[in-house]
Structures are given as C-alpha cells and as structure tokens.
Design a binder for this molecule. Structure first.
Ligand code: ZN
Length: 737
C-alpha cells in the first residue's frame, strides 16, 4: 500500500506493492466445490498474486536442475515459472493473496536433487514436496505425503504423529516436472465458531497416481504458519528448505480475496528515525499472512495539525510510530472512540513519550515517560519479590541507560501473546526504558528486562511488553524499538518482530493464531532478520576503476541505497583486482552484508602480464597473463554462480578501454574486447544485467582518458559513476525496491 501524506509532509519516497488480483478472484457462498466452474490460472508474469514477497522468490522463464550437485537449480529470465532459491538469510515462505476454503488445486513442480518444499493448504495442512525418486519405503515425509503433526508435550519419540505416507511412490526424477492434483475440503464450524467437521484431503494425485483418498486432518501439520483452524486461509508454499519451481498453478472452489487485518501505521514526527522505522514496521506487517499495512505521515513538526485526523475507523489496528506535536481534539477523539469501540492499538518505544497531557491516551498506553511525567501521572511499575509492584514515590517518569543487549523475561507465560515464545531471550542492542510511570489501569505486564546500573539501567526488572484493556479495545505496548538513521537492528530482532506481530494480532482480534516462528533469539544469543531494511544494500566489487567511481555512485544514491565495497583489514576500500583473487575471496566479501544489488567488474588485472614465478606485475611480453582467457572464463563462471546464490540483483560492469602504451604492467589494448566478449557470453547465458562502460568510453577516449593510464580523471569517474548508479537503480527497481 502506498504511503499517504497529509499537507507539508516530508518528501519520503512512497513504496507501493501490487495488490491487483481481484480480476482472478471469485468467491462462492456454496459449501461444496462447484464442479462446473472452470479452473483459474494463477498469473505468473510477476509476483503480484502473492503477499509481499521475500527475495528468495522470483519469476523466471525456464529452470533446469543441475544434476551434478544437490539442491542446485539454474534459471533463465522470463515469465511463467515461480522459482524459490533460499539463501542463508533469504528463506521466507510464500503466501497467496487469495484465501481458500474447499479447493481443487493443480500445479506442476520441479525440485533438484534432495530439495524439499511443501504446499500448505490454508497455510496449515501440508502436502510434502521432496526429491523422493526411488524412495522405498515411501514415508509421510516423501513427496505427496501428508506431513505429520508435531507436539512436544507428548511423550518423547511421539512428538511427530498423524503423518500419512502416500499409497505409492509416484515420484519422478529430480529435475523433471511433476504434476499434483489435490482436492482439499476445509473444516466446518458452527455459528459459534466451534469446529463441527475436520479438514480433509479428499484426493491427492501425483503424476496421475492416487496417493490419498479422504484423509481426515485433526489439526494443522508441523510448521503450519497458522496454528488455529478456520474456514479460510491463504495457500502457503514453503521456501526455507531448498529450491523449488512451480508452474501452471490452477485452482477452483471457494476462494476469496485476502482477509488480512488492515493496519494503519501513523508516523511523521519522532525523535527517532521514523522514515526507517515506519518502512520496516510496514514490511513486518505486510510480510505476515494476517496483516496488510498502510503508512500515514503526519504534518511535520511545528506545522498546522488541525486538518490531521487519521481515518482510524477504516482499519482493524493502529500502530503508532509517533512522538511529536499534540493532535487536534477531533483526532484525539477519533482514536479514543476507535479503541473504545473495539479497535486494536499498538505503541512501541517513543510513542509512549507522546501526549503527556492527553488523559485517555495515557490510560490506553498504561505507562509513559518524559515530557514532565512524574508522580501526578501515576505510579512506577516494576518487578520486585516475584511480582509487579506499584510505587507511588515522587520522581520523574522515563529514562534509559546506554544502548545494550538485554534479556526479555516472560512474566505471563499463559497469555496468548507469550504462549510458546521462549521465556528468556536476548534482544538486540536497544534502549531499555526505565522508571516509566502512568495510570497502569487494566494493564497486564507480559515481560520484563533488567539493565545494570553500571550501564545506566535502573538495576531492577522494568516492564517491556504489556497489554491494556480500554473500553472494548485492546492495546499492546512494547517499549523496545529505538531506531536511528543507521542503526535499526532493534526492530529487526526476531523477538521484537514476533512479539510485535503476536501483540498486534491479539490487539486486533483478542486471539493469536500465528505460529511462533523458527530462529528466535536464545537466552545467550540475539537473532536479527536482515531481510527487513529501509533501502537496498549495494555492494560494488571490482578493481581500481570501480574504486574511482564508488564515491560518485554512493553520492548519487545517497538516501536511496546503502552503497559499500569489500574492505581491507584497516577498514579501507579493497581493490578486488582480478578473477583469481575474486574466486579466493568472494565468500568473505559477501559475508559482510546481506546485499540486494551487487555490481562487479573484472578484467584489467586478468589481462595484464605477470612474472610466472613471483606473480608480480611484469612488462615482459613473454610472461603470462594473470588469468588467460580460459582461466578468466572459468573464474568468472565460479564467481557468477556464487553471486547468483545470494539472491541479489546483479550487474556486470564491462572492462574499460585504455590507450596504447599505458604505464604499469604490460597490457595490450586489444585484449579488452576479447575479455569482454567472454564475459558477455556468460552474463547473457545466466541472465545477468550488463553495464557496458567499454562501449560508453570507447568513442570518447581522448576526453576521458587523456593520459597513458588505465585510470580516469575525476570528471570521467563521475560519468562512469552516473552510469553505474543508473544500472543499480534499474536493478533495484526490478527486484521490487
Ligand atoms: Zn530511543
């Protein structure tokens, strides 16, 4: 959803993502699959049929399993095939924008050797996808199996239960397309919402063979995204295990447009970096299968606020990322009646500094700090002798010590928000608010955290997560989430994200149906989800030519992208030189971040002459090149495969020309075109974009390269920087930024 602005809003880039789907959706009141209805085909020209898309998913034109290795799939650009290639950090599940009840689904899938995925009907009941070619006996965990359920409160050895192996092994070889035809029947509920009939797989066929018939499902299978059972849910395709491709996804039955809860994030004034926090929080909500968020930007600080009355009533949940000027009385009343009448409210971090004079707001948030808050506003609340105490002693409300990592300790383990969460987890570096005070009425504290006085903490367990009932509405308050322009791991902490989403669902509905996600922080280690970020991260890999234009690229993309290069031991920019060094060091370069766009150039070092024994630069024409054409090709194949494995958008920058007789090691100007030709063939074959600086510079050699040097003057570097920056913008836009 696009950002919406009020007057005088700052010039923040609007993000939008496609919502188009209505054309292919239909909904039926009937309780059985309408057999006469024809199948709809899920469009795979782009990813708009799916909820906000993680970068491990893409649309391609062709795929091929690489049978020389496990879990390896090659693809080429185009349309019509949905491809998942999980990486170390990009491994999200994919959810359709449609939700289904009874449904007939047909699709073709392809997996490479040993790869694993799954189709989760209603995001709850899994038909397994796995390379199971030749598996005997065939198990519930093989392709076509109904995956087992999982319950760790059962006796050891019986945690997995109610798995259903397919009747036969119908698997084809890895790398072959295989066809599923599945008839699913949703659970039934009475008017009070009690389940009256279990869900069932009526029929599951793989490659024409019948695998299951009328199998009853007593509950969601293992790793379901939604742990409750309900009439509808989106289809989920598992994306965290290995590559999988799908095509010709067709369905008919009871299908409706997504029923996600609508969230309004209000921001625009904050002593924290709200352009970053609001974008990341929006991403967090949008990626969840149960929420869809809009961001509303207020007038900026000091501007007229009278016209600013957010349309709260159009939403299920309001999330405040706001700490600024007072609102008009109509705006205040609109929020009060929204919550009083049952609306959900989420506040985090400095939102609890806001509005010290607004009585109802302080009742809604329970506790607040700063801006003159003191004993007149209510008690301090903290954990003492195994309970939370109210302390009415005089003193100011609010404060924090140094930013530190701290442990969040559950105090209400049976609350739906906390159920199943780790009871003690390490939060990413953040400010731990202390000495908050407020009305503290109808408030339950779910978790607390302790910071030593030595680092400026209070030395006692302070509330960090709380719920407040206000009228018919519910409020979730997290004190975590300090965000600066450069630092935002506080809101990318997987514990912060999980509690925010669970608290938001509880505030919006009174219940929590989402699973506790995998990979949460432990008591002694933090966990950050680096997929959430306000701007793309760009890595420039290359030789001294690229070092010359890096600062221009970074300047041109300032505010749009975070640009960096591989660094040397002193933290300075590294010259990546030729492909031989590239092959040796690329893993280290890539480990320094989670990059969305990577540009790379290699060639000038490969084609130069070096001493055969020492490897030092040489001017002897009888000495070998650092990497001859065949070596250059082989190295570049390795480097591009590694780069493709990151999931980043890639741009190859061609080797630039130079005049005859340049200083330094011996380089023949005629070699440049030969090396570029080899590179272009690889890039073309692998679908990698090319920025052809060679072609750009060639006709303007005299202006851009007036010296006997391969390097450019500042003016030339600026021109090259502009071209590379444009390629990065294009690649980022195509990747969905
Ligand atoms: Zn802060």
């Amino acid at each position: 959803m696009p950002l919406r602005f009020f007057q005088n809003a700052t010039n923040q880039r609007a993000r939008s993502h496609a919502t188009a789907l209505s054309a292919i959706l239909c909904s039926f009141a009937a309780t059985a699959i309408a057999q006469t209805e024809s199948f709809k085909t899920l469009p795979l020209e782009d990813l708009s049929a799916f909820q906000r898309v993680a970068k491990n998913w893409q649309i391609v034109g062709a795929v091929e399993a690489d049978l020389s290795d496990v879990r390896l799939m090659n693809s080429s650009p185009g349309q019509g095939i949905l491809l998942c290639q999980p990486t170390r950090t990009k491994r999200d599940e994919l959810f359709t924008r449609f939700e289904h009840a009874d449904v007939e689904l047909e699709c073709e899938i392809m997996v490479p050797i040993k790869s694993n995925s799954g189709l989760y009907f209603q995001s709850r009941y899994e038909i397994q996808i796995l390379d199971s070619w030749g598996a005997d006996p065939v198990k519930h965990s093989d392709i076509g199996g109904i995956y087992h359920r999982w319950d760790k409160t059962r006796p050891q050895g019986e945690w997995g239960f109610e798995g259903h192996p397919p009747r036969v092994n119908a698997a084809r070889a890895p790398g072959e397309w295989q066809q599923f035809k599945i008839k699913f029947r949703a659970p039934r509920f009475d008017a009070k919402g009690n389940k009256t009939e279990n869900a069932r797989f009526e029929e599951v066929r793989l490659n024409g063979k019948l695998l299951h018939e009328s199998v009853e499902l007593f509950g969601p299978t293992r790793s379901a995204a939604l742990e409750n059972e309900a009439a509808y849910g989106p289809l989920m395709i598992q994306g965290d295990h290995g590559p999988v491709a799908l095509r010709n996804i067709r369905y008919r039955g009871m299908v409706r447009e997504s029923n996600e809860k609508k969230v309004l994030i209000v921001t625009g004034q904050n002593n924290h970096h709200w352009p970053t926090s609001s974008v990341i929080v929006e991403q967090i909500f949008d990626k969840s299968p149960i929420f869809e968020a809009d961001v509303l930007v207020s007038p900026s600080n000091g501007q007229n606020m009278t016209g600013f009355v957010p349309p709260f009533a159009d939403y299920d949940l309001v999330c405040l990322d706001y700490n600024g000027d007072s609102w008009s009385r109509p705006a205040e009343k609109a929020l009060e009646s929204f919550v009083k009448n049952g609306g959900g409210l989420v506040v985090f971090h400095a939102a609890d500094n806001s509005f010290p004079e607004w009585k109802a707001y302080n009742e809604m948030i329970g506790l607040g700090g700063w801006k003159g808050r003191n004993e007149k506003d209510g008690p301090y609340v903290y954990w003492k002798f195994d309970q939370f105490v109210h302390d009415y002693s005089a003193g100011k409300g609010g404060g924090h010590g140094r930013q530190v990592e701290f442990n969040v300790v559950t105090r209400a383990p049976e609350h739906p928000i906390m159920k199943g969460m780790p009871t003690d987890w390490r939060h990413a570096r953040d400010e731990l608010y202390r000495h908050l005070r407020g009305p503290a009425k109808n408030m339950e504290i779910l978790a607390s955290a302790l910071q030593d006085e030595s680092t400026g903490g209070s030395g006692r367990h302070e509330p960090v997560l709380m719920t407040i009932n206000y009228g018919k509405g519910r409020v979730f308050h997290s004190v975590m989430g300090h965000v600066g322009a450069k630092y935002y791991d506080s809101i990318r902490c997987k514990g912060f994200i999980a509690t925010l989403l669970r608290g938001a669902e509880w505030a919006a509905t009174g219940d929590v149906t989402q699973r506790v996600p995998p990979g949460l922080p432990k008591s002694d280690s933090t966990a950050i989800d680096t997929n959430f970020k306000p701007r793309p991260e760009v890595l420039i890999i290359g030789d001294s030519i690229s070092m010359g234009y890096t600062e221009y690229v970074a300047g041109l993309l300032n505010g749009e992208a975070d640009v960096t290069r591989p660094k040397n031991a002193n933290g300075g920019y590294l010259n990546c030189e030729g492909t031989t060094k590239g092959v040796a060091e690329i893993d280290d370069w890539l480990a320094a971040g989670d990059f969305d766009v990577i540009t790379f150039n290699f060639g000038l070092h490969d084609l130069k002459r070096v001493h055969p024994e020492t490897g030092r630069n040489s001017r002897d024409p009888n000495h070998p090149q650092q990497a001859d054409l065949a070596t250059y090709k082989a190295n570049l194949e390795t480097i591009t495969d590694t780069l493709l494995g990151t999931g980043a958008a890639l741009v190859f920058v061609s080797t630039t020309p130079f005049p005859e007789g340049v200083g330094g090691p011996l380089r023949n100007p005629e070699d440049v075109a030969k090396y570029n030709e080899v590179a272009f063939e690889i890039m073309n074959r692998k679908g990698i974009a090319v920025q052809d600086l060679h072609q750009y510079v060639r006709p303007r050699m005299e202006q851009l390269l007036p010296r006997k040097d391969v390097h450019f003057l500042p003016e030339g570097n600026r021109e090259l920087g502009e071209r590379v920056a444009n390629s990065i913008r294009k690649a980022a836009a195509e990747a969905g930024w």
